[in-house]
Ligand binder design. Structure first.
Ligand code: MN
Length: 224
């Protein structure tokens, strides 16, 4: 009896590893938490529609190569060139979408709950001249990304902070990224991220983002 139980546990454990597909982490706050800057409806559709679809499609793309479910999505993206050729585009787009949104949710926090510490202000000032100069440069990257994409603050291997943007669901983790580094802040500038509330006014959405940035998490990522 005992042995049967143990075998069952081992079987289940192995199955979980072999078929451990990717899943969305729960949103770390309510859909309404970022109001009035990012509206509940947008958050609901963005998480349950767009992000969920990237997750489903990434899992589908890996069906032929189930051993790849054991890797993290960061490993898949960083190692894109070593993946089977027939799934590279899907992992770049769907895996990229899955990763970017997973990160994006954690870099926002309920309205009025986080502030920049003097330590983070100092780091940003050292890298960009001042906090305002940092914000202006980030806003410019987000506003000038033509079509769909993301704005990023990254930490380069040297430790220097840098602002950049990418098209589609690309990120600074990709082997073909023009500038590579560890993302420490990102903003989704696809129209689906802001159109319900801001319509064509992307610049207003970008400005509003500053009210819901999770500076605690940004500082943690810079330090790690
Ligand atoms: Mn999005």
């Amino acid at each position: 009896m005992k042995r049967t139980g143990l075998s069952l546990i081992l079987f289940l454990a192995c199955s979980a590893v072999a078929f451990g597909q990717f899943s969305q982490a729960p949103l770390p706050y309510k859909y309404s938490a970022l109001e009035p800057y990012i509206d509940s409806t947008t958050m609901y559709i963005h998480y349950n529609g767009h992000h969920a679809a990237y997750c489903t499609n990434l899992n589908k793309a890996l069906e032929k190569y189930p051993e790849l479910y054991k890797k993290s999505v960061v490993e898949l993206i960083q190692g894109l060139n070593e993946l089977p050729a027939d799934i590279q585009t899907a992992v770049r787009n769907q895996g990229g979408g899955f990763y970017n949104h997973s990160l994006f949710w954690t870099l926002m926090a309920p309205t009025g709950t986080t502030n920049m510490t003097p330590k983070l202000e100092k780091i940003l000032s050292e890298n960009f001249g001042s906090v305002d100069a940092f914000k202006i440069e980030f806003e410019k990257a987000a506003a000038s990304r033509f079509g769909s994409g993301w704005a990023w603050l990254i930490k380069e291997p040297s430790g220097k902070l840098r602002i950049m943007s990418t098209a589609n669901q690309d990120s600074p983790l990709l082997p073909m990224a023009e500038v590579k580094g560890k993302p420490v802040l990102t903003l989704d500038v696809w129209e689906h991220a802001y159109y319900l509330k801001y319509q064509s006014k992307r610049a207003a959405y970008i400005k509003a983002f500053w009210n819901v940035v999770n500076w605690t998490e940004v500082e943690k990522l810079i330090a790690s």
